[in-house]
Design a protein around this ligand. Sequence first.
Ligand code: SAM
Length: 282
Amino acid sequence: MTAATQTCGTLFIVPTPIGNLEDITLRALRTLKEVDLIAAEDTRHSRQLLTHFGINTPLISYYREKEAERSEEIILRLEEGKNVALVSDAGTPGISDPGAVVVRQAHEKGITVVPLPGASALTTALSGSGITSTGFLFLGFLPAKSSQRRKALAALSSCEYPVVVYESPRRIDALLADALEILGERQAFWARELTKTFEDLQSGTLSDLLEKSKDGRNRGEFVVVICPGAKEEVKGQTLEELILWYRDNSELSLKDVSRQLAADLGISRSQIYQQALALWNK
Ligand code: SAM
């Protein structure tokens, strides 16, 4: 035990429900009751939850825009020996929510961090998806700006894992339309309004989901899973034939094709890039 851990309080990371209040754990309730202070993303929002459970622990705010500043304040309280619980508006702090900055600072100072397991839209959606892959790539929110979102999607074209993203109802149409255009037809899944009255799980192609999203009844928050593209057999004997096959049969960029072929053939990427560049717009 370091000097810090002997005198400092503990930082508890406490997940809260993503809709259904019954999803809070007994340990989360006890922790929220016992700590000296709760650092919350939105104190008014968290106060409602705490009031529901008869908890009146003092709250301080901890939100993204002031994360660095607020972290310092929380660390000071921990150094004074106070126990602090960190909560976000819903789900697990630090998962597409503020939290990581204060956790990192606590580690640096030798302060004990205790993360509690609990609700997260990510794990809830995946467990209900029926997607059998052993791994997945979680990206949180893709950029809101269309050009940046499309760039992010293009970078995922050869990802061999299901990609999981969070999305708001305002952008679900745009996300699905961009994904279809950039990645081509794929199997996909959405989980909407998880744990709430109008919970909705949908599997289908990107086109199916895009169609459904256009019916205008897509209120609520979404988790979207986009499955990897079907692997087509690459045809070609020479480097030139292989480059042309990728150009004509895949959505990969010139750069991605060079990277892929360099890995497959064990030759330098720049050598392939030069040849691909000469062939690309022929
Ligand atoms: N930290 C949270 C977690 O552990 O899930 C995520 C916070 S992030 C700011 C909010 C996003 O999570 C929403 O825009 C949505 O994509 C997803 N989300 C949160 N609650 C959800 C729910 N009940 N159903 C579906 N998605 C949800």
